[in-house]
Structures are given as C-alpha cells and as structure tokens.
Design a protein around this ligand. Structure first.
Ligand code: SDX
Length: 423
C-alpha cells in the first residue's frame, strides 16, 4: 500500500504513505492544505510525525530503544558515554583514532571563560540548578557571538565539553563551596564527579563504582527521538537560532514535571510515602482518583505501552549499586513494592502504565550523593548529545523549513472596535 485516500466534499485525495526502515507507516499530508484548504488537528502531536530521522528508534509496544541501530542494552553493557556521543552525532561508533581525537577535543574545551564565573555570584543560594543551567548555557552564545553559527562543529564540541562544568559549578554554588576546575587527565564521568565532590583542602579519589553508575545513567538518557525537549530544540533551531540558545530552550522544556523534572518528583513522592508509614497503597489509590490530581511520578509514557527498557536496566543497576555500596535505601524498597502493586492493578494495566526512565534513576543519583534538585540537570547532561544530533539533523534536512504549526481558530468572529466611553 503506497497511498491513503481521503474523501472530502465528494473529492478523493490520494495521500502518499511513507514507510520507515522499521516498517513504521506515516501518511504524508504535506499537500493537504494546498489542495483542500483543510489541516489536520492533533493537539499534543500524539499521532503526528514532525520529521523523518536516522538517529533513534523506539518501538513502544515492544519496549525497544536503539541509537543508530544499536540496542540500548548493548550500548549500556559495552560502550562509553563518549562513544555514544560520537555515535549519535556522526552515525557510527568511532574507531580508536576517531575516539582519541574526539575525546581530546571534548577534554580540551571543558573550561568555561573566567568571566562566566561571575554569573554564579549573581544567583541566590537556593537557585534551582536547572534555572542556572538554562541561563548559563544561553549565555555561552554571548561568549562566542561573532561566528556563533559559523563554527557549528566547534560549538558542538564546546557545549558538550562545557555543560558538565556549568552543571558542577551550579551545584558548588548551591552548597556554598568553591568552584572546582576540570582536570584534563580525567575521563568524562570522572571529571564531572571530581568537579562535583572534590574540595580544595582534601585529596579526592574517584570511586570507580560511582563513575560506572554515572556512565550508565548518561548513556540511557542520551536520546529518545522526538520527546518534548528534543522537539523544542528542533523548533527553536528551525528559526536559525544558534545552537546554544536552542539547547537552553530544550533545558527549559526538560525541567517540566511531566518530562525530565519527573525524576526529582519521584524521589519527593517516595519520601512522602516513606514519611507516611510506607503506605504506598494509599498513593496508588490516590493516583487512580481522577479528582486527586495526583499522578504516580515515574509511571506512564506517551510512547512505551510496555516496559521502558531503560527502567528495566536502571532497576537492576539500582539494586546492584546499592548492594555494592552497602546502602540500604528504604526508598528503593518502596519503589519496588509500588511497582509490584501498580503492575497488578487494573487501572494501571488498562492504561499501559509502566515505570519509565525516571522511576529508578533518582535512587541511583541519591546513592551517588547527588542532591534531588540536581537530578534533572543530570538528565540534561545525558540528553545533551541527543539534542545536538537532532538539531544538526534538522539543520541538514533536505528542505530545512522553520517549524510553524497551524491552528483551528475558535475565538470571536469579526467585530468593530468600541470606544472606552461606550463600553
Ligand atoms: C520522560 O517522551 C519521552 O520520550 C520522554 C522521556 C524521554 O526520554 O525524553 O521518556 C522522559 O519524560 C518520561 C516521563 C516522565 N514523566 C512522569 O513520570 C510523570 C508522570 N507520567 C504522566 O504524567 C504521563 O504518563 C506522561 C506525561 C508521561 C504521558 O502522558 P500522556 O501520554 O499524555 O498520557 P495521559 O496523561 O493522556 O494518560 C493516559 C491515562 C490518563 O487516564 P484517563 O484519562 O485515560 O483515565 O493514563 C493516566 C492518565 O490520567 N496516567 C496516569 C499516569 N500517567 C498517565 N495516572 C496515574 N499516574 C501516572 N503517572
């Protein structure tokens, strides 16, 4: 079948069918308005493809996630985060020479301009690190203004290298500790942990168990096709806004409680249940009550109608990490019980509500000593290469047009102005 037929006002319109490499089907409506004056209507884009893409494949029914064809499970077991960044950006896993050069570039650009340090003096102590991250990433565009669009490849390296420094500086600022500079002899995860937890007065040794847990978290968050924040990055970039400000917009979208902000709210929810005598059944019943406005944070997904493969990996990793670190976190036990009961409950089963990536990630961040307010920043660190790869793909599209959806107007019809004295 290579076309769909639409009958409007007695006329039959042939609409081409697009078939993806995994046999996904789409109806191409690009000629709908020019030929019929009709538009489609799909308010949260649940049935709308905004682009064709070679980067990430998700099969929500079967719980499949692949970056450039590689299953997430294999990348989680075998790859470094820097390899995954390279894969998402350039489409292939790097060989040794490509990896070494790329890793050197990322390391070389980790420092931020000394003038940017003054930004951190201006934020209040209790500033949410996501607000700090979004504004400082946007400000990177003021430090590289002249050729902000001319040096796209260099700016990609810059933002990948500098965002972990900005994130760590935001954390240090929030606890009133001195900023710790990056060390060029450390790997990506080790450098971040060092900037986060080292203090000038003491020798800091990186715990390889922590670095390994961070590697896994970053890889699992690296891309997820056209989610809310990635679509935002594409939308902003489609106007030819520069990469820095496009990514800052994506950070803003990710902050929302229904998106990347959920990982912070999962832990807050688990803490609330724990302080309420571990009465998780009460909160499951609350989530089922339409009038409660309470959602089980970390559950449900627009695409996955089966287990989020990332949640499966994180659940296993949380267990192993806490055992390795000798941590008995009551919140993990509550999360596991919550999952068990919810997955048997008709309300959740009928709506295909399974744990998503945010449900277990917070347990691991906690074990790493990362404060709750930094959880979504960690999500942003992981997602950064995906945002950039999608932004690049949008910019290099055959006909890179500005994103501009239409609407159905339901407001007042034409009426004449009424002077104030007559109102
Ligand atoms: C991420 O898109 C991505 O790929 C995102 C992400 C990524 O990697 O980029 O995977 C990361 O954002 C994961 C999602 C994190 N958010 C949360 O955990 C917040 C809680 N989840 C929900 O808000 C919700 O499930 C969403 C936002 C994730 C999905 O929302 P949808 O697709 O719009 O689904 P919906 O709100 O229309 O829900 C369908 C039904 C509704 O009930 P009915 O009206 O049919 O009776 O399921 C119910 C909802 O009330 N429901 C929930 C629920 N999630 C959906 N009920 C209780 N608890 C929940 N968590």
């Amino acid at each position: 079948m290579d076309k769909a037929q639409l009958i409007i006002d007695g006329k039959t319109l042939d609409l081409p069918i697009i078939t993806g490499s995994e046999n996904e089907k789409g109806i191409d409506v690009t000629q709908l308005r020019p030929t019929t004056n009709f538009i489609t209507y799909d308010p949260s884009y649940g049935n709308t493809g905004s682009c064709i893409s070679d980067i990430t494949y998700i099969n929500g029914e079967e719980g499949i996630l692949r970056y450039r064809g590689y299953p997430i499970e294999q990348l989680a077991d075998n790859s470094s985060f820097v390899e995954v960044i390279y894969l998402l950006l350039y489409g292939e896993l790097p060989n040794k020479e490509e990896y070494d050069q790329f890793n050197k570039d990322l390391t070389y650009h980790t420092l931020i301009h000394e003038d940017m340090k003054r930004f951190f003096d201006g934020y209040p102590m209790n500033a949410h690190p996501m607000g700090v991250l979004a504004s400082t990433v946007a400000a990177l565009s003021t430090f590289y203004p002249a050729r902000v669009d001319g040096d796209i490849e260099l700016n990609i390296i810059r933002i990948l290298a500098k965002v972990k420094t900005l994130a760590a500086f935001a954390y240090k600022k929030s606890i009133g500790q001195p900023l710790i500079y990056p060390k060029n002899d450390l790997g990506y995860e080790e450098n971040f942990l060092h900037m986060m937890f080292a203090v000038p007065s003491e020798e800091f040794t990186i715990d390889p168990v922590m670095a390994e847990a961070l590697r896994l978290l970053l890889i699992l968050h690296a891309d997820h096709e056209q989610n809310c924040s990635t679509s935002t990055v594409r939308m902003v970039g489609s106007s030819r806004a520069n990469l820095f400000i496009s990514i800052a917009a994506g950070i803003g979208a990710l902050w929302g409680a229904l998106h990347g902000g959920a990982n912070q709210r999962v832990i807050e929810m688990l803490r609330m249940i724990h302080s309420d005598g571990d009465n998780y059944q009460k909160y499951i019943d609350l989530a089922k009550d339409k009038n409660s406005n309470f959602k089980l944070m970390g559950f449900g997904h627009r695409v996955y109608k089966n287990f989020d493969p990332r949640a499966k990996i994180l659940k296993r990793s949380a267990d192993t990490l806490l055992n390795k670190m000798g941590i008995n976190d009551p919140l993990l036990n509550i999360a596991q019980e919550l999952e068990k009961v919810a997955l048997k409950d008709e309300f959740f089963v009928a709506r295909n509500l399974y744990p998503n990536v945010d449900f277990y990630s917070g347990i691991i961040y906690r074990a790493l000593g990362i404060p709750t307010k930094m959880f979504t920043v960690m999500f942003a660190l992981g997602r950064l290469p995906g945002w950039i790869a999608q932004w690049k793909e949008m910019r290099n599209a055959e006909v890179p047009r500005i994103y501009r959806p239409r609407q159905i107007y339901t407001g007042a019809t034409k009426r004449d102005f009424i002077p104030m004295k007559k109102r």
